[in-house]
Structure formats: structure tokens, C-alpha cells
Design a binder for this molecule. Structure first.
Ligand code: ATP
Ligand code: MG
Length: 572
């Protein structure tokens, strides 16, 4: 396509308040524009990228036997009431009424609706298995829409759902999705890991996330370089390291105004690992004392799996339960539910004394107080892998997709059953699987951008070749460029042909920003030599090809496998 006829509004300056590279570059390269918080318009280039990603998704979903459907965005609230999620989900769900006063919601996901469908249409074991998917809009009133298209309030998702007779068959559907996802992200050219994840609000027992490493990500994973263990920090486990402990024997010490771990550690001259950090939380009406070591952080999702939903206690509740200010509370002598991180099974610690201005030294868990022990701490860099004792590595990642085993969590309340071979009625066993195509695009930008702009993986680039005609007014150059453009187009290669009457500097800057994998330039030198200058975008050497051979040479470069100087990058 000719650049003079295209709407590609590139910008020299980063948008205000953008931090993520993908946010800055997707606006500057003319892919998207923000309408309001978390609402984006996809411009022609941005939409081309999305459509390429969606095509890869469709091909790979179809390849595992999944069938495309399309469900409405607007749902009757009633269906969401039947699973209980209408009440469980907070302000993230858009709720509204229709003209008849009926309560409706805007779909943030489609488990309820697809299960409603399955309940009516799937009757016998002969109807199973099924995998249905759609690539469709979701709406979520996200608390913090941010980082451009990484977290928006309206976004497109590929969501698929599997329907099986039992857990064993579900495992097969699940593994089919694992293989499809690996192919999708590999073909899209992003680096990714599959990690264990917390099933969270989806319910069910097993879940994995597909994570693209990037500092712009909001998630963090723990990775073992030796055995391949990989888990979201929301549930990642580790072997803690222990400090050297002092002698036991409780002694009360005055610590006036000394509240935080850092203050107590400094005042008493003990390292944070020798302190117990005590937090009071409310699980419903019940106060619970939660303890982690002073050098550790509480992982809230892990605690929630033990005690259910909770919130931090307020100052008044803390005083009522412990008799002290938050800075001086501790487990000794308190009659309430106590949960301690498992690493507190051994050792001798400093804790709050439940008396303002005092702490206790020499406290021995298990002797001076009893607590339920659970893994509730957040994994730290340098803690060791439980499987092979090697140091774990923490990494920031973008969640690009996830897969969940739902079991019968949705089929039971919505009555999605089937008759088995003996004619017995049984609930359908389900799985749910999501991908965020916009996050795939953003992850590709994050992972591969260079100092000048985007560097697209070939498979999802808006165009494969950016052809720059340096001086459109020069007849010789223009004839050469027109010919190459026609030949590339005839070879089925998508070309962005920049024949605009702009300064060469402006055109090269746009090409750098837009990031097509191959740049072909025809300028004064080419006209003199009859040659085309070709450069692979990620810092490739410039090569020259005679005009007659250029189209074929470029096609060859685009077809080369990864690692051989070609550009179909992508590794798992
Ligand atoms: P997150 O933890 O990032 O909020 P999620 O667990 O809510 O994601 P799902 O509801 O399972 O995600 O959605 C499936 C996929 O949809 C995610 O893996 C992600 O790629 C994408 N996605 C989810 N929320 C958003 C959003 N607000 N904007 C863009 N993409 C999203
Ligand atoms: Mg979410």
C-alpha cells in the first residue's frame, strides 16, 4: 500500500504519562489512540497487527478441533446470578438495566453464557468432547487501566471452553490447549513461559498462565533455571534460608516509639530475619493474627487460600483484639486464630509484646505460642527451588494467556449435564482458556523494540516490507521503486511503499518507528547502480541486490528460519 494514501499518524513525542515502551511506541507509530481511560481506538496499522495475531489464533484453535462461535456482549444478569458470580464480582462488572427494567451485565468473560448454551444443547456422552471459542469483546471496569493496551476496560479476548465427560478427558482438552498456545505464541514471535497459576475467581483446581517476560508486566513469576519449575509468585514455593538464631528465653524490652521492622531492627540491633512481623486481619468478623518473618512479605493470595477473603484490621479492631497499637502486636498470650508462615517452624525471634512501647526477645514459636503453619510468604530472589535446591529467579512478566480446569463449577449450578453410557446423568467437566491478542502485540513491542522504534516479529508485523523511495521527484528512482513494489506485491508480500514527498530523514524515522522486518531503500545511489539497499530491521547489515533480483532476495530473507539471519524470530 502506498503511504501517501494511508492513515498512519506517527508522532515525534511520547504521549504524556506513558511509561511502558509499548504504550509510547504504539501511540507514536500510529497504531492506536486513547479515547478515554482504558478505551482505545485501533488505527489501520494497529488493526492489521491485531488481525494477524487473531489469524494465528484461529488457525491454531481450528487445528485442535476447536469451533468458532460468537456470543453476545450483553447478558441477562439472571445467568450470572445462577453461578453466584453476580454477587461475588465487585465493581469490575458493568451492570445496567434494559428499557423493561431487566437487569443486564456487560460480559467480562463468558463461562456463564457458554455453559447456559451447553446445558441446552449437549445431552449425551456422544455429544462430547466439544471445544468452542470466540474472538470477541470483553468489558471490565478495571480499577487501574494502564500501560496502553496492556490493561484496558474494553478489549478483545480469545476465549475457549472445553466440555468433557470426566477429568481424564478434560486433561486431554487441557493439553490440546497447551500445545495450541505454545504454537500461537511461538508463531507470534514472542518469548514466553508457561507457569503454574492461582485459579482465583475462575474456581477449579489447576491453572497455568502464559507469561511474556517484560519489565512492563504487572505479574511476577519464580523460575528455576535447573529443573524448569515456573510459577506465578501468587503461589510459587521455595525453600527459605535461615539466619543464625540467638538464645531462647522470653525477655520484655522497652522500645519506645519503635514500630516498623526497620525501626525495631535498628533499635535492637537484630537483623530483620530475626523478627516476626505480625499483622492483624479480619476474615469476616473474626480477627486473625498473621505472621511472617521480618525479612519476608505476606503473599495475600496464599493467605486467602487458607482463610478465605480478608481485609486488614483497623486501628480500633487491633487495639480491641490485642490491647496494643499495630506496631507492638505479637502472638504471645493472644487468644485468637494465628497463622504463621511455615519458615517460622523453627527459630528464636523478637515479636511485639501486645503492650505499647514494648517488644519481646527470645520468643520460640511452638513453645511460647501455637500457630497454624502454612506457606504464606512471597518467594524472594535467591530463595531455593523446592525440587532441586537451586536459586530461584524472579522475573516481571505480562500475562498473555491462561488456561483453567473448571471441573463442574459452572456446569452444576447451570444444569449442564449429559447422559453417560449407562444412561446416568452427570455434570459436564469443563475448562476455560483465554488469550489477550492486544497483550501479545504489546509484549512483542516490549521485548523487541530498539532505541528507534518497534521491531515486529515478521508474522505479526503490519507490513513485511517498508519500501522507501527517497526522492519521488527523480524519475529513475521512482521507476525502480514502482517496479519493485509491483514485484513484491505479485509475490504476495505485504509492502508499505513510502512514496510520499517528504524529507528522507522523516521517512526513515517513520520506518524506524513502524518497525517492519525488512527495509528496502531506493535512492540516488541505487539509481546510479541499479541496486536496492535492503536491511533487516533488528540491526541487520545492509545488503545490496540488483533490482531484477531484489524481490526474490527479499522473499528469501522473509522465509529464512529463525537464527539463520532470518527474521521469523520466536522461541518458547
Ligand atoms: P489479569 O490478571 O491481567 O487481570 P485476568 O486473569 O483477569 O488477567 P482473564 O480474565 O483470564 O485474565 O482473561 C484472559 C486473558 O485476557 C488474559 O490472559 C489477558 O491476556 C487478557 N486480558 C485480561 N484482562 C485484560 C485487560 N483488562 N486488558 C487487556 N487484556 C486483558
Ligand atoms: Mg483481571
Amino acid at each position: 500500500m502506498k503511504a501517501s494514501r494511508l492513515f498512519i499518524p506517527t508522532l515525534k513525542e511520547d504521549p504524556a504519562e506513558a511509561e511502558a515502551i509499548s504504550h509510547k511506541l504504539s501511540v507514536r507509530a500510529g497504531l492506536v489512540r486513547q479515547l478515554a481511560a482504558g478505551l482505545y481506538i485501533f488505527l489501520p496499522l494497529g488493526l492489521r497487527v491485531m488481525e494477524k495475531i487473531n489469524r494465528i489464533i484461529r488457525e491454531e484453535m481450528n487445528a485442535i478441533g476447536a469451533q468458532e462461535i460468537s456470543m453476545p456482549v450483553l447478558h441477562p444478569a439472571e445467568v450470572w446470578r445462577q453461578t453466584g458470580r453476580y454477587d461475588q464480582i465487585g465493581p469490575e462488572m458493568f451492570r445496567l438495566q434494559d428499557r423493561g427494567g431487566r437487569e443486564m451485565v456487560l460480559g467480562m468473560t463468558h463461562e456463564e453464557i457458554v455453559t447456559w448454551l451447553a446445558a441446552r444443547e449437549l445431552r449425551s456422552y456422544r455429544d462430547l468432547p466439544q471445544i468452542w471459542y470466540q474472538i470477541q469483546t470483553k468489558l471490565r471496569d478495571e480499577a487501574r487501566p494502564k500501560s496502553g493496551v496492556l490493561r484496558t476496560r474494553e478489549f478483545v479476548m480469545k476465549d475457549s471452553y472445553s466440555f468433557d465427560t470426566d477429568e481424564e478427558a478434560l486433561e486431554e482438552s487441557y493439553q490440546l490447549h497447551v500445545s495450541a498456545y505454545e504454537r500461537i505464541f511461538t508463531r507470534a514471535g514472542i518469548e514466553f513461559y508457561m507457569v503454574e497459576s492461582d485459579p482465583g475467581m475462575m474456581g477449579g483446581a489447576t491453572a497455568h498462565e502464559f507469561m511474556a517476560p517484560s519489565p512492563a508486566g504487572e505479574d511476577e513469576v519464580a523460575l528455576c533455571p535447573a529443573c524448569g519449575y515456573a510459577a506465578n509468585v501468587e503461589l510459587a514455593q521455595s525453600v527459605p534460608d535461615y539466619p543464625e538464631f540467638p538464645e531462647a528465653g522470653i525477655e520484655e524490652v522497652e522500645t519506645p516509639g519503635v514500630r516498623t521492622i526497620a525501626e525495631v531492627s535498628g533499635y535492637l540491633e537484630v537483623e530483620p530475619a530475626l523478627l516476626i512481623k505480625s499483622l492483624l486481619v479480619m476474615a469476616g468478623d473474626e480477627p486473625v493474627l498473621v505472621m511472617v518473618r521480618g525479612d519476608q512479605e505476606l503473599q495475600e493470595t496464599k493467605l486467602a487460600r487458607v482463610i478465605g477473603e480478608f481485609r486488614p484490621a483497623q486501628a480500633g479492631e487491633i487495639r480491641e483484639a490485642t490491647g496494643a497499637d499495630a506496631g507492638f502486636i505479637g502472638p504471645v498470650g493472644l487468644e485468637l486464630r494465628k497463622i504463621a508462615d511455615e519458615s517460622l517452624a523453627e527459630g528464636v525471634y523478637v515479636t511485639g509484646a501486645n503492650r505499647d512501647g514494648y517488644h519481646l526477645r527470645g520468643v520460640v514459636p511452638g513453645e511460647d505460642f501455637q500457630a497454624e503453619l502454612h506457606d504464606i510468604r512471597r518467594v524472594k530472589d535467591g530463595e531455593r527451588c523446592r525440587h532441586c535446591n537451586v536459586d530461584l529467579k524472579l522475573e516481571r512478566v505480562i500475562e498473555v494467556g491462561n488456561i483453567f480446569k473448571l471441573g463442574t463449577k459452572y456446569s452444576e449450578p447451570l444444569g449442564a449435564t449429559y447422559l453417560d453410557e449407562s444412561g446416568r446423568e452427570r455434570p459436564i467437566v469443563m475448562g476455560s482458556y483465554g488469550i489477550g491478542p492486544a497483550r501479545v502485540a504489546a509484549a512483542a513491542i516490549e521485548q523487541q523494540a530498539d532505541g528507534k522504534g518497534i521491531v515486529w516479529p515478521a508474522a505479526i508485523a503490519p507490513f513485511q516490507v517498508h519500501l522507501v523511495l527517497v526522492q519521488p521527484g527523480d524519475g529513475a528512482q521512482a521507476t525502480m521503486a514502482d517496479r519493485l513494489y509491483a514485484e513484491l506485491a505479485a509475490a504476495g508480500i505485504e509492502v508499505l511503499y513510502d512514496e510520499r514527498d517528504l524529507s528522507p530523514g522523516a521517512k526513515f524515522a517513520d520506518a524506524d518507528l513502524i518497525g517492519c522486518p525488512v527495509r528496502a531503500t531506493i535512492g540516488k545511489r541505487s539509481a546510479a547502480e541499479g541496486a536496492v539497499e535492503v536491511r533487516l530491521r533488528p540491526g541487520g547489515e545492509e545488503q545490496k541486490f540488483p533490482l531484477e533480483e531484489a524481490a526474490e532476495a527479499i522473499a528469501g530473507l522473509l522465509a529464512e528460519p529463525p537464527g539463520d539471519g532470518g527474521i521469523q524470530a520466536g522461541q518458547p
